[in-house]
Design a protein around this ligand. Structure first.
Ligand SMILES: Cc1cc2nc3c(=O)[nH]c(=O)nc-3n(C[C@H](O)[C@H](O)[C@H](O)COP(=O)(O)OP(=O)(O)OC[C@H]3O[C@@H](n4cnc5c(N)ncnc54)[C@H](O)[C@@H]3O)c2cc1C
Length: 384
């Protein structure tokens, strides 16, 4: 359920200060503001840009759980459930934002199978569908061609009908507008230097320019940003991703998200087709490199013949915030100091679930049961 838009009784109204206005900070701020709290959000740069703008905007719990998640990871089952929760919450949140502009749809993922390696991966993925509660079906080459005529020759495919996407570049402005409507204060070009404490409890965000935003609860959602007073073990590291786009108009039409092990393709509202992405751990710069972009274009052309040899119209890069165990972090790290981040490959998908957990924590004093595995004191963040 969405946080109630009706303010709670005055005694539960708290002052909330949030560092970082990316996917995590914006959604936490909106859940808290809609629950009636007094929210101030400070971002080092332009609110709503960050990795949200750079991402592919895919909301793909099925593909991420069956094809990307290590089934032996200590938090695999909790993560699969969190992904499903994120997708379900987007179904509700998108309706409360600007539906026409957001392009939110569960249009489904198609996974093309090109060779024996792909077949083996698909078989292993399908065998996990029951465990993770994902609907997935094997399609013949003929059924794949009928579903997505733009794809080249393949041996068959897998369809994940519950996966979808949102227009991530429209989402930042839509969340900012909703925040303004809910009475939150958003500060751009306002880097946070440190967390202020009083008697062992976090009580303020101290900005680089010397201002302090006093609050009853502090939320750090600064992605890979470093803030004094944040616990070092909870610091996310960057994993750079480069992407390309054709259009508008793009030279091809796609009915689904297409996700192969080497590449994904998504048709975005407005007529662009995007392809991504590189995965470059430890790289913190936002520059693109021609060879990486050309390799993406080549792989796209192998999947979709209409893209072969077509020069992309755009290339860009973003930084995924990754915790040491590749899982998100949600919860209180020390009295009054809450962390929301580490969304890594799925920070857009997971954002409303993180926000719901943070709002519950503010209201009840504890995380909801389903979020507890992601708390900052977990073994995975200590390297155990
Ligand atoms: C190429 C690419 C494709 C992706 N595709 C998808 C996808 O399809 N689906 C999906 O779910 N996810 C995807 N992701 C991942 C997703 O974009 C991220 O996990 C998510 O956006 C992270 O959000 P965040 O708010 O935690 O961090 P960020 O987006 O990094 O936001 C942090 C914000 O904090 C601010 N900040 C930093 N330091 C400070 C400071 N000291 N003071 C104040 N503010 C500060 C920054 O300016 C920034 O605005 C993709 C990422 C990339 C790079």
């Amino acid at each position: 359920m969405l946080s109630t838009p009706n303010p709670p009784p005055q005694h539960t109204r708290m002052r909330m200060a949030i560092a970082g206005a990316g996917a995590a900070g914006l959604t936490c701020a909106l859940a808290l503001a809609r629950a009636g709290h007094q929210v101030t959000l400070a971002d080092a740069g332009a609110p709503g840009r960050g990795a949200l703008w750079a991402s592919a905007g895919m909301l793909a719990p099925g593909f991420e759980t069956l094809f990307e998640l290590d089934p032996a990871h200590a938090l695999a089952d909790e993560f699969a459930a969190l992904c499903q929760r994120g997708a379900a919450l987007w179904d509700e949140w998108a309706k409360t934002l600007a539906p026409a502009a957001l392009g939110h749809a569960r249009l489904g993922v198609l996974v093309p199978l090109l060779d024996a390696g792909d077949e083996a991966r698909a078989q292993a993925a399908l065998a996990r569908a029951g465990r993770f509660g994902v609907t997935a079906e094997r399609l013949s080459a003929r059924a794949m061609a009928a579903a997505e005529p733009a794809l080249g020759r393949l041996r068959g495919g897998v369809r994940l009908p519950g996966d979808g996407q949102i227009d991530n570049r429209a989402l930042g402005p839509a969340l900012l507008e909703a925040l303004r409507d809910a009475g939150a204060v958003v500060l751009g070009d306002a880097p946070v230097k440190a967390v202020g404490t009083r008697q062992g409890r976090a009580c303020a965000l101290v900005l680089e320019d010397g201002r302090a935003v006093e609050a009853d609860l502090i939320v750090l959602a600064a992605g890979i940003g470093r803030i004094e007073g944040a616990p070092p073990l909870a610091q996310a590291a960057p994993v750079k991703g480069q992407m390309i786009a054709w259009g508008p108009p793009a030279p091809v039409r796609l009915n689904h998200l297409v996700r192969h092990v080497s590449l994904y393709l998504a048709a975005k509202p407005g007529g662009r087709v995007i392809a991504g992405a590189t995965s470059e751990p430890g790289e913190a710069g936002l520059e693109t490199d021609d060879a990486a972009l050309a390799a993406l274009g080549e792989r796209a052309g192998r999947l979709v013949p209409a893209l072969a040899g077509r020069k992309p119209d755009e290339g860009w890069a973003g930084l995924r915030p990754r915790m040491r165990d590749a899982m998100p972090v949600i919860g209180e790290a020390s009295p009054g100091l809450v962390l929301a981040g580490g969304g890594y490959r799925n920070g857009v998908l997971l954002a409303p679930a993180m926000a719901e957990a943070v709002e519950t924590l503010a209201r009840t004093g504890s995380l909801p049961e389903w979020a507890r595995a992601f708390a900052p004191d977990r073994a995975g963040l200590r390297g155990e």
